[in-house]
Write a protein that binds this ligand. Sequence first.
Ligand SMILES: [Zn+2]
Length: 503
Amino acid sequence: MASIPFRGFRSTTTPHRQFLLLLLSPFSHRSPSSSFCTLQSPRPTTTTTFQNPNRARPNSSSSDQDLSSFEPVIGIETHVQLSTLSKAFCPCPYAYGSPPNTTVCPVCLGHPGTLPSLNSALVRSAVAVAVALDCAVSLRSKFDRKQYFYPDLPKGYQISQFDLPIASAGSLRLDLPLDYGGGRRTFGITRVHMEEDAGKLIHSDSSSSSSSSFSHVDLNRAGVPLLEIVSDPDMRTGVEAAEYAAEIQRIVRYLGVSNGNMQEGSLRCDVNVSVRPVGDPNFGTKVEIKNMNSFSAMSRAIDYEISRQVALHSQGQSDQIVQETRLWEDGAQKTVTMRKKEGLADYRYFPEPDIPEVVLTEEEVASIRQSLPELPEAKRRRYESMGLSMQDVLFLANDISVADFFDSAVNMGADVKLAANWIMGDIAAYLKNERLSINEIKLTPRELSELIASIKNGTISGKIGKEILVELISKGGTVKSLIEEKDLVQANSRSRCDWSTSR
Ligand SMILES: [Zn+2]
Protein backbone atom coordinates (compact mmCIF):
# COMPACT_ATOMS: atom_id res chain seq x y z
CA MET A 1 0.00 0.00 0.00
CA ALA A 2 1.62 3.23 -1.15
CA SER A 3 1.63 6.27 1.04
CA ILE A 4 1.38 9.82 -0.26
CA PRO A 5 1.49 13.19 1.44
CA PHE A 6 -1.53 15.41 1.02
CA ARG A 7 -1.73 19.08 0.26
CA GLY A 8 -1.27 21.38 3.22
CA PHE A 9 -3.25 24.58 3.11
CA ARG A 10 -2.60 27.34 5.56
CA SER A 11 -4.75 27.54 8.59
CA THR A 12 -5.55 30.70 10.49
CA THR A 13 -4.51 29.02 13.67
CA THR A 14 -1.92 26.39 12.95
CA PRO A 15 1.19 26.09 10.82
CA HIS A 16 1.38 23.74 7.89
CA ARG A 17 1.64 20.18 8.82
CA GLN A 18 1.70 17.17 6.62
CA PHE A 19 0.17 13.90 7.67
CA LEU A 20 0.82 10.68 5.90
CA LEU A 21 -2.15 9.22 4.14
CA LEU A 22 -2.43 5.68 2.98
CA LEU A 23 -4.34 4.80 -0.14
CA LEU A 24 -7.37 2.78 0.76
CA SER A 25 -8.90 0.19 -1.47
CA PRO A 26 -12.20 1.70 -2.57
CA PHE A 27 -15.49 0.01 -1.86
CA SER A 28 -14.01 -2.09 0.91
CA HIS A 29 -16.04 -0.57 3.71
CA ARG A 30 -19.53 -0.45 2.34
CA SER A 31 -21.84 -0.30 5.30
CA PRO A 32 -25.54 0.07 5.79
CA SER A 33 -26.60 3.62 6.54
CA SER A 34 -28.37 4.40 9.72
CA SER A 35 -28.62 8.13 10.17
CA PHE A 36 -31.15 10.45 8.72
CA CYS A 37 -31.37 13.43 6.42
CA THR A 38 -29.49 16.60 7.28
CA LEU A 39 -30.92 19.01 4.75
CA GLN A 40 -30.05 22.55 5.67
CA SER A 41 -32.39 24.45 7.90
CA PRO A 42 -33.09 28.17 7.36
CA ARG A 43 -30.34 30.56 8.35
CA PRO A 44 -30.20 31.65 11.95
CA THR A 45 -30.48 35.36 12.47
CA THR A 46 -30.53 36.33 16.10
CA THR A 47 -28.46 36.47 19.24
CA THR A 48 -26.13 33.91 20.76
CA THR A 49 -26.57 35.35 24.22
CA PHE A 50 -27.91 32.85 26.69
CA GLN A 51 -30.61 34.61 28.61
CA ASN A 52 -32.83 33.32 31.32
CA PRO A 53 -35.37 31.14 29.57
CA ASN A 54 -38.78 30.71 31.09
CA ARG A 55 -39.99 27.22 30.59
CA ALA A 56 -42.10 27.33 27.45
CA ARG A 57 -45.15 25.14 27.45
CA PRO A 58 -47.78 24.21 24.90
CA ASN A 59 -51.36 25.40 25.43
CA SER A 60 -52.54 21.95 26.47
CA SER A 61 -49.99 22.26 29.23
CA SER A 62 -48.58 19.32 31.11
CA SER A 63 -48.70 19.67 34.86
CA ASP A 64 -45.64 19.60 37.08
CA GLN A 65 -46.85 16.24 38.33
CA ASP A 66 -46.98 14.92 34.76
CA LEU A 67 -43.53 16.32 34.07
CA SER A 68 -42.07 14.65 37.14
CA SER A 69 -43.42 11.28 35.99
CA PHE A 70 -41.39 11.39 32.80
CA GLU A 71 -37.68 11.58 32.12
CA PRO A 72 -36.63 13.69 29.14
CA VAL A 73 -33.72 12.36 27.06
CA ILE A 74 -31.83 14.88 24.95
CA GLY A 75 -28.95 14.37 22.50
CA ILE A 76 -27.34 17.03 20.33
CA GLU A 77 -25.60 17.02 16.97
CA THR A 78 -23.47 20.14 16.65
CA HIS A 79 -21.97 21.33 13.38
CA VAL A 80 -18.96 23.60 13.81
CA GLN A 81 -17.68 25.49 10.79
CA LEU A 82 -13.91 25.69 10.91
CA SER A 83 -12.16 28.97 10.18
CA THR A 84 -9.41 27.54 8.00
CA LEU A 85 -8.12 29.85 5.29
CA SER A 86 -9.28 27.52 2.55
CA LYS A 87 -12.08 25.01 2.11
CA ALA A 88 -11.84 21.33 3.02
CA PHE A 89 -10.90 19.93 -0.38
CA CYS A 90 -9.99 22.89 -2.65
CA PRO A 91 -8.01 26.16 -2.37
CA CYS A 92 -11.09 28.44 -2.30
CA PRO A 93 -11.30 30.83 0.65
CA TYR A 94 -14.55 31.29 2.55
CA ALA A 95 -15.74 34.55 4.01
CA TYR A 96 -19.22 34.87 5.40
CA GLY A 97 -21.20 37.47 3.50
CA SER A 98 -19.22 37.37 0.24
CA PRO A 99 -21.30 38.02 -2.90
CA PRO A 100 -23.00 34.76 -3.95
CA ASN A 101 -20.97 32.23 -5.93
CA THR A 102 -17.74 34.24 -5.85
CA THR A 103 -15.61 31.87 -3.75
CA VAL A 104 -16.03 28.74 -5.81
CA CYS A 105 -13.97 26.56 -8.15
CA PRO A 106 -14.58 23.44 -10.25
CA VAL A 107 -13.87 21.20 -7.23
CA CYS A 108 -16.44 22.73 -4.86
CA LEU A 109 -18.87 23.24 -7.74
CA GLY A 110 -18.76 19.47 -8.20
CA HIS A 111 -17.66 19.49 -11.81
CA PRO A 112 -16.99 16.05 -13.22
CA GLY A 113 -13.37 15.02 -13.43
CA THR A 114 -12.13 17.21 -10.60
CA LEU A 115 -10.22 15.76 -7.67
CA PRO A 116 -10.52 16.82 -4.03
CA SER A 117 -7.33 17.36 -2.05
CA LEU A 118 -7.52 17.26 1.76
CA ASN A 119 -6.72 20.44 3.72
CA SER A 120 -4.38 19.43 6.56
CA ALA A 121 -5.73 22.27 8.72
CA LEU A 122 -9.07 20.43 8.82
CA VAL A 123 -7.40 17.35 10.28
CA ARG A 124 -5.41 19.38 12.76
CA SER A 125 -8.46 21.30 13.96
CA ALA A 126 -10.44 18.07 14.27
CA VAL A 127 -7.73 16.50 16.42
CA ALA A 128 -7.52 19.62 18.60
CA VAL A 129 -11.28 19.58 19.24
CA ALA A 130 -11.25 15.81 19.78
CA VAL A 131 -8.47 16.07 22.35
CA ALA A 132 -10.22 18.99 24.05
CA LEU A 133 -13.30 16.78 24.34
CA ASP A 134 -11.27 13.93 25.88
CA CYS A 135 -12.01 11.73 22.89
CA ALA A 136 -10.07 8.70 21.71
CA VAL A 137 -8.46 9.90 18.46
CA SER A 138 -8.42 7.32 15.66
CA LEU A 139 -4.97 7.09 14.15
CA ARG A 140 -6.64 5.78 11.01
CA SER A 141 -9.87 7.25 9.72
CA LYS A 142 -11.37 7.71 6.28
CA PHE A 143 -13.83 9.79 4.32
CA ASP A 144 -17.05 8.47 2.84
CA ARG A 145 -19.59 9.72 0.36
CA LYS A 146 -23.00 10.43 1.84
CA GLN A 147 -25.27 10.50 -1.14
CA TYR A 148 -28.45 12.49 -1.42
CA PHE A 149 -29.96 15.02 -3.78
CA TYR A 150 -30.39 18.63 -2.85
CA PRO A 151 -30.07 21.76 -5.00
CA ASP A 152 -27.26 23.14 -2.82
CA LEU A 153 -25.21 19.96 -3.20
CA PRO A 154 -23.99 19.94 -6.78
CA LYS A 155 -21.93 16.75 -6.49
CA GLY A 156 -24.95 14.73 -5.39
CA TYR A 157 -23.05 13.60 -2.33
CA GLN A 158 -21.38 15.11 0.72
CA ILE A 159 -17.86 14.05 1.69
CA SER A 160 -18.20 12.99 5.32
CA GLN A 161 -17.01 10.28 7.67
CA PHE A 162 -19.19 7.29 8.44
CA ASP A 163 -17.88 4.15 10.13
CA LEU A 164 -14.35 5.36 10.90
CA PRO A 165 -14.64 8.88 12.34
CA ILE A 166 -11.58 10.83 13.45
CA ALA A 167 -12.56 10.53 17.14
CA SER A 168 -15.05 8.92 19.50
CA ALA A 169 -15.90 8.27 23.15
CA GLY A 170 -15.22 11.63 24.77
CA SER A 171 -16.81 13.78 27.43
CA LEU A 172 -17.53 17.40 28.22
CA ARG A 173 -17.70 18.91 31.70
CA LEU A 174 -19.42 22.13 32.62
CA ASP A 175 -20.79 24.19 35.49
CA LEU A 176 -24.46 25.09 35.29
CA PRO A 177 -25.34 28.77 35.90
CA LEU A 178 -26.19 29.59 39.48
CA ASP A 179 -29.58 30.92 38.33
CA TYR A 180 -30.44 27.32 37.50
CA GLY A 181 -29.19 25.82 40.70
CA GLY A 182 -25.55 25.50 39.68
CA GLY A 183 -23.73 22.20 39.91
CA ARG A 184 -21.31 20.35 37.69
CA ARG A 185 -22.33 18.07 34.84
CA THR A 186 -20.48 15.62 32.62
CA PHE A 187 -21.96 14.71 29.24
CA GLY A 188 -20.67 11.99 26.93
CA ILE A 189 -19.45 12.65 23.41
CA THR A 190 -20.29 9.81 21.02
CA ARG A 191 -18.10 10.88 18.13
CA VAL A 192 -16.45 13.73 16.24
CA HIS A 193 -16.19 13.52 12.48
CA MET A 194 -14.96 15.70 9.64
CA GLU A 195 -17.10 16.65 6.67
CA GLU A 196 -17.80 19.41 4.17
CA ASP A 197 -20.63 21.90 4.30
CA ALA A 198 -23.24 22.24 1.56
CA GLY A 199 -24.18 25.47 -0.22
CA LYS A 200 -27.11 27.63 0.76
CA LEU A 201 -30.55 28.13 -0.70
CA ILE A 202 -31.87 31.67 -0.53
CA HIS A 203 -35.62 31.81 -0.86
CA SER A 204 -37.09 34.90 -2.50
CA ASP A 205 -39.97 36.65 -0.84
CA SER A 206 -43.10 35.96 -2.85
CA SER A 207 -45.41 37.82 -0.49
CA SER A 208 -45.10 41.11 -2.38
CA SER A 209 -46.39 39.79 -5.68
CA SER A 210 -48.67 37.11 -6.98
CA SER A 211 -45.92 35.56 -9.04
CA SER A 212 -44.38 32.30 -7.96
CA SER A 213 -41.39 32.39 -5.64
CA PHE A 214 -37.85 31.42 -6.54
CA SER A 215 -34.97 29.92 -4.65
CA HIS A 216 -31.44 31.00 -5.41
CA VAL A 217 -28.42 28.78 -4.90
CA ASP A 218 -25.24 30.20 -3.36
CA LEU A 219 -22.36 27.73 -3.41
CA ASN A 220 -19.82 29.84 -1.51
CA ARG A 221 -20.35 27.62 1.52
CA ALA A 222 -20.06 24.37 -0.45
CA GLY A 223 -16.93 22.56 0.67
CA VAL A 224 -16.31 24.61 3.82
CA PRO A 225 -14.86 22.30 6.50
CA LEU A 226 -17.16 21.20 9.31
CA LEU A 227 -16.83 19.13 12.42
CA GLU A 228 -19.89 17.25 13.51
CA ILE A 229 -19.88 16.61 17.24
CA VAL A 230 -22.45 14.08 18.39
CA SER A 231 -23.30 13.93 22.09
CA ASP A 232 -24.53 10.94 24.03
CA PRO A 233 -28.21 11.30 25.00
CA ASP A 234 -27.20 12.60 28.42
CA MET A 235 -29.00 15.92 28.82
CA ARG A 236 -32.28 16.09 30.74
CA THR A 237 -33.35 19.75 30.55
CA GLY A 238 -33.28 22.61 28.09
CA VAL A 239 -30.76 24.45 30.25
CA GLU A 240 -28.38 21.48 30.32
CA ALA A 241 -28.58 21.21 26.53
CA ALA A 242 -28.06 24.95 26.01
CA GLU A 243 -25.10 24.95 28.40
CA TYR A 244 -23.62 21.95 26.59
CA ALA A 245 -23.82 23.89 23.30
CA ALA A 246 -22.40 27.01 24.97
CA GLU A 247 -19.45 24.98 26.26
CA ILE A 248 -18.79 23.61 22.75
CA GLN A 249 -18.78 27.23 21.58
CA ARG A 250 -16.32 28.22 24.33
CA ILE A 251 -14.04 25.29 23.49
CA VAL A 252 -13.83 26.02 19.75
CA ARG A 253 -13.28 29.71 20.50
CA TYR A 254 -10.56 28.96 23.07
CA LEU A 255 -8.91 26.69 20.50
CA GLY A 256 -9.29 29.35 17.80
CA VAL A 257 -10.60 26.80 15.29
CA SER A 258 -13.97 28.50 14.72
CA ASN A 259 -15.69 31.77 15.55
CA GLY A 260 -18.58 29.67 16.89
CA ASN A 261 -21.00 32.33 15.76
CA MET A 262 -24.57 31.07 15.71
CA GLN A 263 -25.92 34.01 13.71
CA GLU A 264 -23.57 33.24 10.84
CA GLY A 265 -24.26 29.53 11.05
CA SER A 266 -20.74 28.71 12.26
CA LEU A 267 -22.28 26.75 15.14
CA ARG A 268 -25.51 24.86 14.41
CA CYS A 269 -27.29 22.50 16.75
CA ASP A 270 -29.84 19.82 15.92
CA VAL A 271 -31.45 18.48 19.06
CA ASN A 272 -33.14 15.11 19.55
CA VAL A 273 -35.75 15.05 22.31
CA SER A 274 -37.77 12.14 23.67
CA VAL A 275 -39.45 11.39 26.98
CA ARG A 276 -39.99 8.12 28.80
CA PRO A 277 -41.71 7.12 32.05
CA VAL A 278 -39.27 7.45 34.94
CA GLY A 279 -37.52 4.10 35.41
CA ASP A 280 -38.23 2.85 31.88
CA PRO A 281 -34.93 1.74 30.30
CA ASN A 282 -36.27 2.10 26.75
CA PHE A 283 -36.06 5.36 24.84
CA GLY A 284 -39.27 7.04 23.67
CA THR A 285 -39.84 8.19 20.09
CA LYS A 286 -37.37 10.96 19.39
CA VAL A 287 -38.22 14.21 17.71
CA GLU A 288 -35.55 16.35 16.09
CA ILE A 289 -35.67 20.13 16.55
CA LYS A 290 -33.90 22.51 14.17
CA ASN A 291 -33.81 26.25 13.64
CA MET A 292 -32.70 27.34 17.09
CA ASN A 293 -30.52 30.37 16.61
CA SER A 294 -29.52 31.14 20.17
CA PHE A 295 -28.82 29.17 23.33
CA SER A 296 -31.83 30.80 24.91
CA ALA A 297 -34.09 29.66 22.04
CA MET A 298 -32.56 26.20 22.31
CA SER A 299 -33.40 25.94 25.97
CA ARG A 300 -36.96 27.16 25.43
CA ALA A 301 -37.53 24.95 22.38
CA ILE A 302 -36.45 21.85 24.27
CA ASP A 303 -38.54 22.62 27.34
CA TYR A 304 -41.54 23.28 25.10
CA GLU A 305 -41.00 19.99 23.29
CA ILE A 306 -40.66 18.07 26.56
CA SER A 307 -43.93 19.54 27.80
CA ARG A 308 -45.65 18.80 24.49
CA GLN A 309 -44.57 15.16 24.55
CA VAL A 310 -45.43 14.67 28.22
CA ALA A 311 -48.87 16.25 27.65
CA LEU A 312 -49.55 13.83 24.78
CA HIS A 313 -48.51 10.90 26.97
CA SER A 314 -50.70 12.11 29.82
CA GLN A 315 -53.69 12.51 27.52
CA GLY A 316 -53.31 8.98 26.17
CA GLN A 317 -52.19 10.30 22.80
CA SER A 318 -48.61 9.07 22.79
CA ASP A 319 -49.19 7.62 19.31
CA GLN A 320 -49.15 11.22 18.10
CA ILE A 321 -45.48 11.51 19.03
CA VAL A 322 -43.88 10.47 15.76
CA GLN A 323 -40.35 10.53 14.47
CA GLU A 324 -40.19 13.88 12.75
CA THR A 325 -38.25 17.08 12.38
CA ARG A 326 -39.80 20.12 14.04
CA LEU A 327 -38.83 23.76 13.71
CA TRP A 328 -38.67 26.20 16.59
CA GLU A 329 -40.78 29.28 15.90
CA ASP A 330 -39.35 31.98 18.08
CA GLY A 331 -42.27 34.37 17.53
CA ALA A 332 -44.92 31.83 18.49
CA GLN A 333 -42.63 30.20 21.09
CA LYS A 334 -43.47 26.70 19.92
CA THR A 335 -42.20 23.86 17.79
CA VAL A 336 -44.05 22.97 14.57
CA THR A 337 -43.76 20.03 12.20
CA MET A 338 -41.25 20.58 9.39
CA ARG A 339 -41.32 17.10 7.90
CA LYS A 340 -42.33 13.64 9.01
CA LYS A 341 -39.80 10.90 8.61
CA GLU A 342 -41.22 7.98 6.74
CA GLY A 343 -38.22 5.82 7.56
CA LEU A 344 -34.49 6.04 7.75
CA ALA A 345 -32.96 7.61 4.68
CA ASP A 346 -30.43 5.42 2.90
CA TYR A 347 -27.44 7.51 1.95
CA ARG A 348 -25.60 4.61 0.34
CA TYR A 349 -22.41 5.58 2.11
CA PHE A 350 -19.26 4.20 0.56
CA PRO A 351 -15.59 5.10 0.98
CA GLU A 352 -14.57 8.26 -0.88
CA PRO A 353 -12.28 6.84 -3.57
CA ASP A 354 -10.53 10.16 -4.30
CA ILE A 355 -9.22 10.82 -0.79
CA PRO A 356 -6.75 8.45 0.86
CA GLU A 357 -7.23 7.17 4.38
CA VAL A 358 -6.16 9.69 7.04
CA VAL A 359 -3.26 8.26 9.03
CA LEU A 360 -1.92 10.00 12.12
CA THR A 361 0.93 9.03 14.42
CA GLU A 362 0.85 9.04 18.21
CA GLU A 363 3.52 11.75 18.06
CA GLU A 364 1.38 14.02 15.89
CA VAL A 365 -1.58 13.68 18.25
CA ALA A 366 0.68 14.29 21.26
CA SER A 367 2.13 17.37 19.59
CA ILE A 368 -1.34 18.81 19.01
CA ARG A 369 -2.33 17.94 22.59
CA GLN A 370 0.69 19.83 23.92
CA SER A 371 -0.06 22.85 21.76
CA LEU A 372 -3.55 23.35 23.20
CA PRO A 373 -4.22 26.40 25.36
CA GLU A 374 -5.73 26.12 28.82
CA LEU A 375 -9.31 25.02 28.15
CA PRO A 376 -12.47 26.45 29.76
CA GLU A 377 -12.90 23.63 32.28
CA ALA A 378 -9.28 23.85 33.46
CA LYS A 379 -9.56 27.62 33.66
CA ARG A 380 -12.73 27.45 35.77
CA ARG A 381 -11.10 25.04 38.18
CA ARG A 382 -8.01 27.26 38.42
CA TYR A 383 -10.09 30.37 39.05
CA GLU A 384 -12.03 28.46 41.70
CA SER A 385 -8.76 27.50 43.39
CA MET A 386 -7.79 31.19 43.39
CA GLY A 387 -10.70 31.81 45.74
CA LEU A 388 -13.13 33.37 43.28
CA SER A 389 -16.86 32.75 43.65
CA MET A 390 -18.56 30.55 41.06
CA GLN A 391 -20.35 33.63 39.72
CA ASP A 392 -16.97 35.29 39.09
CA VAL A 393 -15.50 32.07 37.70
CA LEU A 394 -18.29 31.60 35.16
CA PHE A 395 -18.18 35.23 34.06
CA LEU A 396 -14.42 35.44 33.62
CA ALA A 397 -13.95 32.05 31.92
CA ASN A 398 -16.87 32.53 29.55
CA ASP A 399 -14.91 34.64 27.06
CA ILE A 400 -11.27 33.82 26.38
CA SER A 401 -10.42 37.50 25.74
CA VAL A 402 -11.82 38.50 29.13
CA ALA A 403 -10.04 35.58 30.77
CA ASP A 404 -6.74 36.54 29.13
CA PHE A 405 -7.17 40.16 30.27
CA PHE A 406 -7.89 39.04 33.83
CA ASP A 407 -4.96 36.59 33.85
CA SER A 408 -2.59 39.28 32.57
CA ALA A 409 -3.72 41.79 35.19
CA VAL A 410 -3.25 39.21 37.97
CA ASN A 411 0.15 38.21 36.58
CA MET A 412 1.14 41.87 36.84
CA GLY A 413 0.32 41.84 40.49
CA ALA A 414 -3.33 42.87 40.61
CA ASP A 415 -5.35 41.64 43.57
CA VAL A 416 -7.42 38.70 42.29
CA LYS A 417 -10.79 39.67 43.71
CA LEU A 418 -10.41 43.38 42.97
CA ALA A 419 -9.39 42.66 39.36
CA ALA A 420 -12.43 40.42 38.97
CA ASN A 421 -14.67 43.12 40.47
CA TRP A 422 -13.38 45.85 38.15
CA ILE A 423 -13.69 43.64 35.05
CA MET A 424 -17.16 42.38 35.95
CA GLY A 425 -18.33 45.80 37.09
CA ASP A 426 -17.25 49.05 35.45
CA ILE A 427 -15.36 47.50 32.54
CA ALA A 428 -18.14 45.06 31.60
CA ALA A 429 -20.71 47.86 31.83
CA TYR A 430 -18.63 50.02 29.49
CA LEU A 431 -18.19 47.17 27.02
CA LYS A 432 -21.91 46.48 27.06
CA ASN A 433 -22.87 50.12 26.54
CA GLU A 434 -20.37 50.68 23.76
CA ARG A 435 -20.85 47.21 22.23
CA LEU A 436 -17.13 46.57 22.32
CA SER A 437 -15.00 43.58 23.17
CA ILE A 438 -12.32 43.83 25.82
CA ASN A 439 -9.68 43.69 23.06
CA GLU A 440 -11.05 46.89 21.55
CA ILE A 441 -10.57 49.19 24.53
CA LYS A 442 -7.43 51.19 25.29
CA LEU A 443 -7.13 50.04 28.88
CA THR A 444 -4.34 47.48 29.30
CA PRO A 445 -4.09 44.79 31.98
CA ARG A 446 -0.99 46.59 33.28
CA GLU A 447 -2.88 49.84 33.88
CA LEU A 448 -5.78 48.01 35.52
CA SER A 449 -3.22 46.45 37.83
CA GLU A 450 -1.70 49.92 38.49
CA LEU A 451 -5.13 51.39 39.14
CA ILE A 452 -5.98 48.71 41.67
CA ALA A 453 -2.61 49.17 43.38
CA SER A 454 -3.06 52.96 43.51
CA ILE A 455 -6.42 52.60 45.24
CA LYS A 456 -5.18 49.86 47.51
CA ASN A 457 -2.19 51.89 48.73
CA GLY A 458 -4.37 54.94 49.22
CA THR A 459 -2.84 57.15 46.52
CA ILE A 460 -6.28 57.74 45.09
CA SER A 461 -9.80 56.98 46.27
CA GLY A 462 -12.04 54.40 44.66
CA LYS A 463 -14.22 57.24 43.37
CA ILE A 464 -11.28 58.87 41.62
CA GLY A 465 -10.27 55.41 40.40
CA LYS A 466 -13.59 55.06 38.60
CA GLU A 467 -13.06 58.41 36.88
CA ILE A 468 -9.57 57.47 35.79
CA LEU A 469 -10.82 54.12 34.55
CA VAL A 470 -13.18 55.74 32.05
CA GLU A 471 -10.28 57.82 30.67
CA LEU A 472 -8.04 54.79 30.47
CA ILE A 473 -10.68 52.75 28.64
CA SER A 474 -11.61 55.42 26.12
CA LYS A 475 -8.36 57.31 25.63
CA GLY A 476 -5.58 55.14 26.98
CA GLY A 477 -2.60 56.52 28.86
CA THR A 478 -1.23 55.49 32.24
CA VAL A 479 -2.60 55.72 35.73
CA LYS A 480 0.49 57.57 36.90
CA SER A 481 0.31 60.27 34.23
CA LEU A 482 -3.42 60.76 34.74
CA ILE A 483 -2.97 61.17 38.49
CA GLU A 484 -0.23 63.74 37.93
CA GLU A 485 -2.01 65.50 35.12
CA LYS A 486 -5.18 65.91 37.11
CA ASP A 487 -3.50 66.32 40.47
CA LEU A 488 -5.65 63.58 41.89
CA VAL A 489 -3.53 62.34 44.77
CA GLN A 490 -5.50 62.16 48.00
CA ALA A 491 -4.61 64.82 50.57
CA ASN A 492 -3.56 62.13 52.97
CA SER A 493 -2.87 59.27 50.67
CA ARG A 494 -2.35 56.85 53.51
CA SER A 495 -5.30 57.92 55.59
CA ARG A 496 -8.22 56.23 54.04
CA CYS A 497 -8.99 54.38 50.95
CA ASP A 498 -12.22 53.56 49.25
CA TRP A 499 -12.16 49.93 48.19
CA SER A 500 -15.48 49.97 46.50
CA THR A 501 -15.97 49.04 42.92
CA SER A 502 -19.34 48.78 41.38
CA ARG A 503 -20.62 45.39 40.35
ZN1 LIG B 1 -13.36 25.50 -4.48
